[in-house]
Design a protein. Sequence first.
Length: 83
Amino acid sequence: MQPNELSPADRGAMAWSFKSWDVDQLEERVERLHEQLHGEDPKILLIHCSCGCDRTGQLATAYSMRYLNMSFTEVFSKNKEMT
């Protein structure tokens, strides 16, 4: 199911309850990534998911939306450009 297939009320409810259904702890992983990129000892990182569950794209998208102020549509377009 895609987000645009949900009603605005359902999307809002899912967003507000994100931590309760986020089994991958995406929010915490985005924060850790930000700390590694911008902490006292900044690093260049390669992100790779060995499981093949699209978590690499999920993490990169979430980071771009939170810290680069990109919309989902912008991130999706950039991703398509790179593939």
